[in-house]
Design a protein around this ligand. Structure first.
Ligand SMILES: Nc1ncnc2c1ncn2[C@@H]1O[C@H](COP(=O)(O)OP(=O)(O)OP(=O)(O)O)[C@@H](O)[C@H]1O
Ligand SMILES: [Mg+2]
Length: 251
């Protein structure tokens, strides 16, 4: 498994660099990216992209294919380094952190769900969900007990003993959501978590993901193409040609 596995006038966007030192204050963003740029060779994937998320918030990231959504998410998660701009998590500048502590922070504070779950095929579903806790040093029995509780919350306790190849797409994604949430992350990064599912299944997974995240107080950054999925969020960030635009829903 791999390591993963601007607009200051916009309401809700707290612009400016002072967030960095004050991000633990209630109501301040937990994670914020300011004016990020990122190129892959000649391709400018991000150009002055900014977004922030507060504790417990669910933000949908929308935009056409190739607009830079995944790149934005990977930069915010510290998986890749932007060429320019800053990413601040809970007062810490991710770009200034050495790789080791940044990976450790990602393991302890962040959870990930991708389009195709990315479960380890050789492990059973319960072992997959237990894996992040096992990597953190937890004993097997305790890790698997917690894992089963999360499988139950995601309504897939019956597939605990099966391998990912033996479960449906929707079940696999629910197992992946359980694995992302089991460590009690502060931020869940979900990149088209329902992109490979039919709309009914996708909606069910979204409901369970957002409900479970809201219950545990995790913030969710949710990349999606589908307006129906975005409806589960508190607000939207639209990415076009590597630039971000923040939208507030009328309440
Ligand atoms: N590792 C890479 N190497 C080269 N180019 C890349 C790489 N990753 C992304 N790109 C390019 O950067 C741009 C943004 O890609 P990104 O994956 O962020 O888009 P996206 O909005 O997530 O698209 P999709 O909706 O199709 O997943 C695209 O032009 C893409 O081809
Ligand atoms: Mg993408």
């Amino acid at each position: 498994m791999s390591e993963l596995a601007s607009e200051s006038s916009i309401p809700g966007w707290v612009g400016g660099r002072e967030l960095a030192s004050e991000s633990s204050i209630p109501g301040q963003p937990l994670l914020s990216a300011i004016s990020m740029s990122k190129s892959f060779g000649p391709t400018e994937a991000l150009t002055d992209a900014s977004m922030s998320i507060a504790a417990g918030e669910v933000v949908a990231v929308m935009g056409p294919s190739g607009s830079g959504k995944s790149t934005l998410l990977h930069c915010m998660a510290g998986i890749i380094q932007p060429d320019g701009g800053t990413v601040t998590y809970d007062g810490r500048d991710l770009g200034a952190m050495p790789d080791g502590p940044r990976s450790a922070l990602r393991r302890s504070e962040f959870g990930f769900v991708f389009q195709f779950g990315q479960l380890v095929p050789e492990l059973t579903c319960v072992e997959n969900v237990a894996l992040p806790m096992r990597l953190g040093g937890m004993k097997r029995r305790e890790a698997e007990r917690n894992a089963r509780e999360w499988l139950a919350k995601l309504e897939v306790e019956d597939v605990a003993g099966k391998r990912p190849g033996e479960v449906s797409g929707g079940q696999g994604q629910r197992v992946a959501v359980a694995r992302a949430l089991v460590t009690g992350p502060k931020v869940v990064f979900a990149d088209e978590p329902t992109g490979a599912l039919d709309s009914l299944n996708g909606e069910h997974v979204m409901r369970l993901l957002t409900e479970a995240a809201r219950q545990s107080g995790a913030a969710v950054i949710l990349v999606t193409h589908e307006p129906r999925v975005a409806a589960y969020s508190d607000r939207e960030v639209v990415v076009r040609d590597g630039r971000t635009r923040q939208l507030e829903y009328a309440k």
